[in-house]
Design a protein around this ligand. Structure first.
Ligand SMILES: [Zn+2]
Length: 208
């Protein structure tokens, strides 16, 4: 089970800003964009998540399966015929995995998912000559998984080695009264923290 997209973005961005001075390079507007995307990405396996709102014509598991499955197969065939770039094979495989994975037994909420997606993020970072992109990607992505470990359903952290959902001893039920209050507190704290750090971020971006 997952928290709302807003909560994940707030948490991911705040954690990224908090840890940015421990990462190599400087934070820029691209780092923030990567934090936002990465903190939402694990829920790509959910037909009603933010990404799928734009990608899927109909928000059902069946349509999700068909769209991601055919995109993945098309990419693999295209790459085999014309490009033969190994990373494109990984991207194709990810699309197929997303087609098959669900929130109960899903690769996207596991350590294996972090590693596979980080591999692609690193490749994209190299294309754009931004070697730090992958660090922000991992931070955003991992913050999502850790956040979901505070929900009562937990996440299949060790998938596909183990199918058991893992959660922290203290957890809350998504959508419950208590859960909504907790998510609102996380969002408010994140916004305050990000707002407080905006002067710092602007200075870094302007290079003053
Ligand atoms: Zn999630």
């Amino acid at each position: 089970m997952t928290m709302t997209g807003k909560t994940h973005v707030g948490l991911g961005t705040a954690i990224g800003i908090a840890l940015s001075n421990r990462l190599p390079g400087v934070m820029n507007i691209m780092s923030i964009a990567i934090l936002v995307i990465a903190s939402l990405l694990p829920d790509v396996d959910h037909p009603k998540s933010i990404f799928n709102k734009y990608i899927l014509p109909v928000k059902s598991n069946r349509v999700k399966f068909i769209v991601y499955g055919s995109l993945g197969i098309a990419l693999l065939i295209f790459n085999f015929k014309y490009e033969r770039i190994p990373e494109l094979n990984v991207a194709g495989a990810i699309l197929i995995i997303v087609a098959f994975s669900s929130h109960r037994t899903g690769l996207t909420h596991s350590i294996s998912g972090v590693i596979i997606f980080a591999f692609v993020a690193n490749y994209i970072g190299n294309i754009y000559n931004d070697k730090n992109l992958v660090y922000y990607f991992i931070l955003g992505y991992a913050s999502h998984i850790i956040g979901d470990m505070f929900t009562n359903r937990g996440v299949p952290l060790f998938y596909p080695l183990r199918n058991k959902n893992i959660k922290f001893p203290i957890s809350f039920r998504v959508g419950s009264k208590k859960g909504n209050v907790i998510e609102e507190i996380i969002i408010i704290c994140s916004i305050l923290y990000i707002a407080y750090n905006i002067p710092l971020l602007l200075r870094i971006k302007l290079g003053v």
